[in-house]
Structure formats: structure tokens, C-alpha cells
Design a protein around this ligand. Structure first.
Ligand code: HAM
Length: 420
């Protein structure tokens, strides 16, 4: 039997209402903060991710779904959304937009060839936002406050926001030198990836999944001590503004994030809830000041974050928060005879054309089973069609919540439903 590919899942109707609810809410919040939707292709040139995310990252080295198309181009299913959005900003010359920063959001599937685990999928849906075009601590704070607003608006409480500063390029270069000095004498004790990372990108050692418990990782030099004055001031301003807004956070000097484009503010949001799996990161993001220039774009900076809906749902489950199921039918038409079934078909056609959601039984079931079906489908009203109703061209419209009934001609019934 052919099954869904490993690490992917079907979202069945008993779950899809959760996704609809969440996506709608996320879109509403994005609108509050004045972010507009952008949709980019599901695949891009492989070069985009190699350059933007970084050739020494796990995402590029191990996790990309890369293929040659029939024109022999190397393409990659997008593993993340920042690089495509930055590409689009450059390609569509958004630096000339009157309003800067250009504030964009996306809800889109991402693909990473990762080891399947609770909360880790090979296809997952990210909601992400990017504010590109202005460097200002106020925007960093806007992004962080939107992030907290999102999770709190779902009722989540066990949250921990962790932030760090990666500094600017100058600070990063100094820091990398210090890391090389720190790790070099004992690099033989590290995994083979880290042994090459020390030459290509020493900061990645801090992010290694295999060596994260090594004592040298734990007592590595702190980025903060290598920040130049400008970077330090930027970080201190962001923290002070977070304090002003009473947004709680912890500083984690080892937080480097798994993508290379970050500068200055970097952050992750974790769940502290009991019962949440081993992977506790709900969301991650940060500032990327050099990214657009590195992609041959304008001298513009950006900041953003992304979260996966899969992990948001896990967090809601871990905290026992139900997502309201707003699904339901306006009207369920029960039928007693074949003639009634024909009439029901005609009525349904009229009702649905007037924007009323309606359904009937197609399995010729007994009335009792039909009523059960109406209940299961969360029908707000029902009618029963039998010989009398056909003869009188009318039926009792029953409110399923109050039990009240009202005799109405079919035309009256349709207009009443329309009004309701
Ligand atoms: P990221 O940390 O790689 O950052 O991913 C962001 C979020 O996507 C994670 O915190 C997690 O919620 C979710 N996620 C990542 N991988 C998986 C997976 N295999 N299964 C389920 N969920 C996953 C980025 O992608 C950056 N583009 C974020 C960003 C936007 N930075 C600036 N702007």
C-alpha cells in the first residue's frame, strides 16, 4: 500500500478546522500590525538558499530537497521563507516602495529532509513575517511584540522568549576568531561536521546537535563580549524597549540560530509546557542586515520570524487549549420518501445558491439515523420532508438548539434561512 511520504501528514477534516482557525487568526494579527501577504513559488534556484542560508548550515548541507528539472536547472523546494522573500524584494525593486519597511507575511509549506520526530516534519507550514527596508530597534521590538501577541492570543502561557545579539559583521569576525582559538586545541573531540565547521563557520559549532553538551560548547566565549559599541548599543536599546513594554525575555549568549544570515537581534520562543516534546522551539527569527546586499540587492536591512503551525498546535494540546470548531451546517434536510429526496435535491440547490450551507442524507437511512447525522454535522436547523410536506409545499423549520419549530412554505423557509 502506498503511504504518505515519511515526515509528512494528511490534515484530515477532523483536524483541518484547527488549521483554518489558526491561519485566520494569524492573518488577522498580521493585519493589525500592517503586514501584507506575499506568495512566492514553492521552489527556487538552489543557489538562493546556498547563498542566503549558508553553505555550512545543516539546512543547506543535509536537509534540502534539491532536484534537476528537465532544463537541467538545479531547483530546491524551499526550506524556509526569508531568502525567497528577500529575493522577491530585490527582484521587484521594493526598495523604491514609498512605505518602508515593506512589511510582509506568508503562510506556506516548507520542506526539510530532517529526522522525523514529534514536532519535526519534512513538510511543515510556516507562518512568517519579514520587515525589510529600515534598521531601527523599534522594528525589532514590533516584531517581538507581534510574536508574543500571537502566542498569547491563543491563550498559551508557558512561554519563554530567549534573545541574543549576533552583532554586526565586524563583531562576528572578532567572535569567530575567538571561537577558533577556543575550539582548535580540542577540535579532535568533536564530530566530523564540527571539524570542518571550525574552518568554514566556527559559530555553527555552538549550534551542533551532536556536540551541544561538550564542555567546550558550554564554556565557549560569549558573543556579547565581542560586540562592538554600535552592536552593544543596539542590543541594549532593544532590551530596554522590551522592558518598557513589559515583554519578558531571557538572554542566551549561546543562541546563534541555524541560519547564517543573522546579525544583531536573534531570538527563539520556547514552550515550557509539561508534555511538550523534546523539541521545544516554537518560533525563531532575527535581524539580517547583510542579506540583501550579499544577494546583490540594495543596501537594505530586514528582520522577521517564522513559526510552524504544527508546533503551535502541539503547544495548544500540551496546555489543554481547545480550538473552537466553527464548522457546521445551516440546514439539514431529512427525507422520508424517494419523492422527498428529489424535492430535497431541488431545495438544496436553491439554498446553496443563496449562500446557505445545507446537506441531506444520500444513503437512504431511516429518519432517526438522519437526525443523528444532522447532529454530527452540527446542523443549526432541520426540516423533514414526507408526503404531507410535498402535498402542502411547506415544512416545519426546527431550530436544533431551542427545539422551536415554525411552519413555513418552501419559499418562506429559504428567505427565513437567508435572513438568519
Ligand atoms: P527556523 O528556526 O529554521 O527559522 O524555523 C522557524 C520555525 O519553523 C521553527 O521555530 C519551528 O517552529 C518551525 N520549524 C522548523 N523546522 C521544522 C520542522 N522540520 N518541522 C516543524 N516545524 C519546523 C527560519 O526558517 C527563518 N526563516 C525564520 C526567520 C524569518 N528569520 C527571519 N525571518
Amino acid at each position: 500500500m502506498i503511504q504518505v511520504p515519511r515526515g509528512t501528514q494528511d490534515i484530515l477534516p477532523k483536524e483541518s478546522y484547527k488549521w483554518q482557525f489558526i491561519e485566520k487568526k494569524l492573518q488577522e494579527i498580521a493585519k493589525n500590525y500592517n503586514y501584507d501577504e506575499i506568495r512566492t513559488p514553492m521552489f527556487e534556484s538552489t543557489d538562493l538558499f546556498v547563498r542566503a542560508v549558508g553553505g555550512s548550515t545543516d539546512i543547506v548541507n543535509k536537509e534540502m530537497y534539491t532536484f534537476q528539472d528537465k532544463g537541467d536547472r538545479s531547483l530546491t523546494l524551499r526550506p524556509e521563507g526569508t531568502a525567497p522573500v528577500a529575493r522577491s524584494y530585490i527582484e521587484n525593486k521594493m526598495q523604491h516602495n514609498v512605505e518602508q519597511p515593506v512589511k510582509l507575511f506568508y503562510v506556506a509549506p516548507m520542506f526539510r529532509y530532517e529526522r522525523k520526530q514529534k514536532g519535526r516534519y519534512r513538510q511543515f507550514v510556516q507562518f512568517g513575517v519579514e520587515a525589510i527596508g529600515v534598521e531601527d530597534p523599534l522594528i525589532d521590538v514590533e516584531i517581538l511584540s507581534m510574536l508574543m501577541h500571537i502566542y498569547q492570543s491563543f491563550g498559551l502561557k508557558n512561554l519563554k522568549l530567549v534573545i541574543n545579539s549576533i552583532g554586526d559583521m565586524e563583531s562576528r569576525n572578532e567572535y569567530n576568531k575567538a571561537l577558533v582559538e577556543h575550539f582548535s586545541p580540542r577540535i579532535g573531540e568533536f564530530c566530523s561536521d564540527c571539524q570542518s565547521r571550525i574552518h568554514t563557520n566556527p559559530m555553527r559549532i555552538l549550534d551542533c546537535k551532536k556536540d551541544r553538551d561538550h564542555e567546550l560548547v558550554k564554556n565557549a566565549p560569549r558573543m556579547y563580549d565581542y560586540l562592538n559599541d554600535e552592536s552593544k548599543n543596539y542590543f541594549e536599546t532593544v532590551k530596554a524597549k522590551l522592558d518598557d513594554l513589559n515583554i519578558a525575555y531571557a538572554v542566551d549568549y549561546n543562541l546563534v540560530r541555524g541560519l547564517d544570515y543573522y546579525t544583531h537581534t536573534a531570538f527563539e520562543l520556547m514552550s515550557n509546557a509539561d508534555g511538550f516534546g523534546a523539541i521545544t522551539t516554537l518560533c525563531g527569527g532575527g535581524r539580517y542586515n547583510g542579506l540583501l546586499e550579499m544577494m546583490d540587492g540594495p543596501d537594505k536591512t530586514g528582520i522577521g520570524f517564522a513559526l510552524s503551525i504544527e508546533r503551535l498546535i502541539l503547544a495548544l494540546e500540551a496546555e489543554g487549549i481547545d480550538i473552537p470548531n466553527e464548522k457546521g451546517l445551516d440546514l439539514y434536510v431529512c427525507t422520508m420518501t424517494d419523492e422527498a429526496r428529489d424535492l430535497a435535491g431541488t431545495l438544496l440547490h436553491k439554498l446553496r445558491n443563496r449562500g446557505i450551507s445545507a446537506d441531506m442524507d444520500y444513503e437512504n437511512r431511516k429518519l432517526k439515523a438522519q437526525m443523528k447525522d444532522a447532529d454530527r454535522k452540527n446542523a443549526r436547523y432541520t426540516i423533514v420532508l414526507g408526503e404531507d410536506e410535498i402535498q402542502n409545499q411547506s415544512a416545519d423549520l426546527k431550530n436544533m438548539q431551542t427545539g422551536e419549530t415554525k411552519k413555513l412554505s418552501f419559499e418562506e423557509m429559504i428567505s427565513t434561512m437567508e435572513e438568519i
